[in-house]
Design a protein. Structure first.
Length: 132
């Protein structure tokens, strides 16, 4: 567990999404923990640009050799950009969940939602608490 990559500059959800807040936008994806639990990712449908999403609502789903899993929006807002590259290269999420494997960028509607997310320290503690 100690080898999990949990960057300090990101915010996290209990469903293992991460958010990198850049001004009024948040780049989002799934964490190292999530991709390692899912195993090899075989398909992801990038969410449609321009779509309005609500915090904690399913944004899109990802399929892996083990399971299909929903990915939830860490923020409410509009999808400003989706990583179309993942359609042909879903394995980027496994190889680089925080860099090339990002899933979408959301225009943040409500900054106060930040307080509902965990920082890296809290997320680390959360992972410790859910360990088998």
């Amino acid at each position: 567990m100690g080898s999990m990559n949990i960057p300090d500059d990101l915010l996290y959800t209990k469903e293992h999404e991460w958010a990198l807040v850049e001004g009024s936008k948040a780049r989002i994806g799934i964490t190292d923990y999530a991709q390692s639990h899912l195993g090899d990712i075989t398909y992801i449908e990038p969410p449609p640009e321009g779509k309005e999403v609500k915090r904690s609502e399913a944004l899109t789903s990802v399929e892996s050799v083990k399971a299909a899993s929903e990915i939830y929006a860490p923020f409410s807002g509009k999808i400003a950009q989706a990583n179309a590259d993942l359609e042909s290269n879903p394995e980027k999420i496994n190889k680089s969940p925080y860099k090339d494997g990002w899933i979408a960028v959301i225009e943040i509607k409500d900054e106060s939602e930040k307080s509902k997310l965990m920082d890296s320290k809290k997320y680390r503690e959360y992972l410790e608490s859910i360990k088998e």
